[in-house]
Design a protein around this ligand. Sequence first.
Ligand SMILES: [Zn+2]
Length: 207
Amino acid sequence: MNDLSELIPIPPKGNMNHGLSSAQEATMLKIFRRPGDLTAKCSDPSVGLKKLLVFGIKAGPLKVSGMKYAVQSLFQIFDQVKSEQPEVYDQVKTAGMLCVRGRRANPGKYSNHSWGTAIDVYFGKSVVSQGVHQTQRGVYILYPYFNNHGWYWGAEFSGDSVDTMHFELAEETILKIGTMKPMAKSVQKKAVKRKVKAEESSGANRR
Ligand SMILES: [Zn+2]
């Protein structure tokens, strides 16, 4: 039987995260603003961020709290995994998604878990700690699914930052959400205003 928690080597850099890079703090702050206090443990999400979050949702085999867009993406990922890798689907666990905090290796910067756009996954009894240059077999099977849906795999972080249980919405994916979100809203608002004005003026003309 395949032990999905077994540790195996990380694939070469050229084999993962094609066209995807880690989401930069500056990008996250620009698009989603400050997520809350920069603390070592999880602090409360800001009022603005809370509007973008969903809590305690079942995404396939996992129960998660995180950014709506990211959780919807997990639905799609695990739909595919369920039909193609049922054993992986049945055994995958999460060590958490949303947590407003600093990075463990660099506490002056926010972890991408702060916005609920990153998730840690593992198999068996324990996670693979950050800094370990190995991955669990189950996570290795999962990474192409995450990559295909615009998630960056932390196995490519260099040196002590390597983090094979970690997936996050990639910089490229975040930028796409960024163009969708605030712009779409402001365009909509303007359209409504224009419609109201047009109705008002046409009403005035008739009267
Ligand atoms: Zn993580």
